[in-house]
Design a protein around this ligand. Structure first.
Ligand SMILES: *[C@@H]1O[C@H](CO)[C@@H](O)[C@H](O)[C@H]1NC(C)=O
Length: 278
C-alpha cells in the first residue's frame, strides 16, 4: 500500500505529494486515498459537513461539494498558445529574433496587470518601436483553439459535476480567449495573474487560490503543461498532473478516481439532485 505500487507508466506524469500517501497523519480528513496495484481511488469521506466557501456565487446552495476541485492551467493545457509560432510570424521574425528585441519584462508586467495594453504597445519592444496592436490581437485571437480532445474532456467533467477553475498566467486578453472559445461553459476564470498580480510558480499565488476556494490542498488537482508550475502546486500539498496530451490526462484523472464517462444518460438524475439540492 504505497505509491511505489503505481504502474511506472502512470508515475511519468502523475505526481502524488507525500501528504497523499496512505497512513500519513496529514492526510485530509475529507479524503482517503486508496492505492492498489491497478488503480487509485479517492473516496470522499466528508460526512455532509457544511461547506464554507468564499466563492459564494459558485457554490451557493451546495452543501456537499464534489471533490477534488480541478484547477487548470490554460495556455498549452486547454488552449493552444499562439505566442510561439503565430506572434513571431506576425512580426516577420523567428522566435529567437523576437526574444532578442522584445522588452525583457513588458509581457510579464502585462500578465500581472501592472500595465494595460496601451502601455504594453509602448514597450513591447526594447527600443519602443511602434507596431499594430490591433493586428497583434487579431493574430492571437486567430491562433487560439482548443487543444485536441480537451474540450470533450472538459464537457465530460462538467457533466460529472466537477468544480473547475482556470489558474493561469495571462493578461486581460484572456477575454479574447473567452470570447472565441467560451471556456466559461466549463470552468470559472477564477484565478488569473492579471487580476491577482501574482504569477505561477509564486507560492503565494497557490496559497491565495487555496484560501479563496476554502478547500484542503489535498482535495485539489492541478493540471499544467509546465513541470515548474506542477512542482510548486505539489509543494503546496496539491495533487499535480503534468499535461502532455489528452490521452495521458484522461489516464491520470482516472487513476485519481475522477469519473468522466461521457454518457451519463443511464444515471438516475435524482442522484445529482440529492447531491446539489438537498
Ligand atoms: C501522450 O503522452 C504520453 C506520455 O508522455 C505518451 O507516452 C504518448 O505517446 C502520448 N500520446 C500521443 C497520442 O501523443
Amino acid at each position: 500500500m504505497t505509491t511505489a505500487l503505481l504502474r511506472p507508466a502512470a508515475i511519468l506524469s502523475l505526481i502524488l505529494p507525500l501528504k497523499l500517501q496512505p497512513n500519513s497523519p496529514s492526510l485530509s480528513n475529507k479524503m482517503v486515498l486508496n492505492i492498489n496495484a491497478n488503480n487509485v481511488n479517492i473516496i470522499n469521506n466528508n460526512k455532509g459537513n457544511k461547506i464554507r466557501s468564499n466563492l459564494n456565487s459558485y457554490n451557493s446552495g451546495i452543501r456537499k461539494r464534489k471533490l477534488p476541485v480541478l484547477l487548470f492551467d490554460v495556455m498549452d493545457t486547454i488552449v493552444r498558445d499562439p505566442f510561439y509560432h503565430d506572434v513571431p510570424a506576425f512580426f516577420g521574425m523567428s522566435m529567437k529574433e523576437l526574444i532578442e528585441c522584445k522588452h525583457p519584462t513588458a509581457w510579464i508586467e502585462f500578465e500581472r496587470g501592472l500595465i494595460d495594453e496601451t502601455e504594453l504597445a509602448g514597450k513591447f519592444f526594447k527600443d519602443g518601436r511602434p507596431f499594430d496592436l490591433e493586428g497583434l490581437k487579431s493574430c492571437m485571437t486567430k491562433g487560439y483553439s482548443y487543444i485536441e480532445g480537451v474540450e470533450e474532456l472538459l464537457h465530460a467533467l462538467k457533466q460529472s459535476h466537477y468544480e473547475m477553475h482556470a489558474f493561469t498566467n495571462y493578461p486581460i486578453w484572456y477575454e479574447l480567449i473567452e470570447d472565441k472559445l467560451k471556456l466559461s461553459t466549463y470552468l470559472s476564470w477564477s484565478f488569473c495573474s492579471c487580476v491577482t498580480g501574482k504569477r505561477k510558480p509564486d507560492p503565494d499565488f497557490y496559497l491565495e487560490v487555496l484560501r479563496h476556494l476554502d478547500v484542503e490542498p489535498a482535495s485539489c488537482v492541478f493540471i499544467d503543461d509546465r513541470m515548474t508550475n506542477v512542482e510548486a502546486a505539489m509543494d503546496a500539498g496539491i495533487v499535480g498532473i503534468q499535461f502532455q496530451n489528452v490521452t495521458s490526462l484522461r489516464q491520470d484523472l482516472a487513476l485519481l478516481g475522477i469519473d468522466f464517462s461521457l454518457n451519463k444518460d443511464n444515471e438516475d438524475p435524482a442522484e445529482h439532485k440529492a447531491e446539489y439540492f438537498p
